[in-house]
Design a protein around this ligand. Sequence first.
Ligand SMILES: Nc1nc2c(ncn2[C@@H]2O[C@H](COP(=O)(O)OP(=O)(O)O)[C@@H](O)[C@H]2O)c(=O)[nH]1
Ligand SMILES: [Mg+2]
Length: 369
Amino acid sequence: MLRAALIGFGSTGKTTLFQLMTSGHDAPRAAHGRGEASIGISKVPDVRLDRLTVMYNPRKRVPATVEFGDIAAPAQGGGARALVDVAAYKNADALVHVVRAFRDPSVPHPSGAIDPGRDAQAMEDELILADLGVVERRLERLERDLKKSRSAELERERDVLVLCRGALEDGRPLRALNLAGDDLKRLRGFQLLSAKPLLVVLNLDEADLTAASGGTEGLAAAIERAGLSSFLSQAATAAVAVCAKIELEIAQLDPADAAAFLADLGLTESGLDRVIRASYELLGYISFFTVGEDECRAWSIPQGTTAQLAAGEIHSDIARGFIRAEVVSYDALVSRGSMAACRDHGEVRLEGKEYVVQDGDVVNFRFAT
Ligand SMILES: Nc1nc2c(ncn2[C@@H]2O[C@H](COP(=O)(O)OP(=O)(O)O)[C@@H](O)[C@H]2O)c(=O)[nH]1
Ligand SMILES: [Mg+2]
């Protein structure tokens, strides 16, 4: 499951977006006191799962989910360091920065003027500063340990941390470093915030929303206007535009009315759909499916995940006892109409544990218990 942590300064619309992303699901687990997050779940919309559900008529239809965390806003200046200690944010796969672009004078802005470019950079500086503190503390300890005894692994860790410190001191986020897998693993335990992929959610006035959400051109223009173009050209950084307030109101209507309102605004997808799609694209996540009379279910995995690791998404026992994966593509299954027909046409493949699962694969894992 993909975990996203909402960040942003006060009154930018974080809690409104959180409600938008998690409405229509179980009540979120509320935060208890300072330093805790409300945790909510979004269902990932997927027409392919709808189609499979019609085909199998299972007792249960289980979409993939995205977990969102929402905490009280850090104040400008010294804020992001507080995030480092929020347990629910430590395992976040991505940070979702809600940036205010709506002008509504009835909602005061702490710094007076509306300036999304400034706010995006200010949060970035907070993340960088927070990471610099973590990296410097770890380096001090490492240097001490290395004096007592040398070890190739500790030396490599030191080298990576020195590289990180250099970037952070230059004001560059760690996600821009494109570190290799092994080095990323070395850093994982520190939960460095600026290393996480960043989705900027531009929270616009209703009047600006249509153009910005109607296509990539509109979004690019809104980004340009917001002064975010160069900020967003960085690695592992992406943006999406919403009007959290209106889109929350729409999401609370019944589906037919909601669709009519979206159409009125010239939108083809709900705010929830757009934010989830942008998160998946940012992180390079794909979906595979398991099907049957009991349950049709979608699972999310990073692109490039092998069959054995994908099996582990379902249950560690399935990964451990992995024998083979029976795989058919969604397209083949839908066009043939049944698994049996796919078998007759030789379209069901038997794959080993190193097989890289593809978007839309329908998988049946065979495993020994
Ligand atoms: N006009 C307008 N107001 C918004 C929008 N999103 C949030 N707000 C309002 O801004 C205020 C702060 O929103 P909230 O979600 O609590 O912000 P948070 O402090 O970042 O969690 C509330 O009064 C919201 O109704 C928006 O897109 N447009
Ligand atoms: Mg809030």
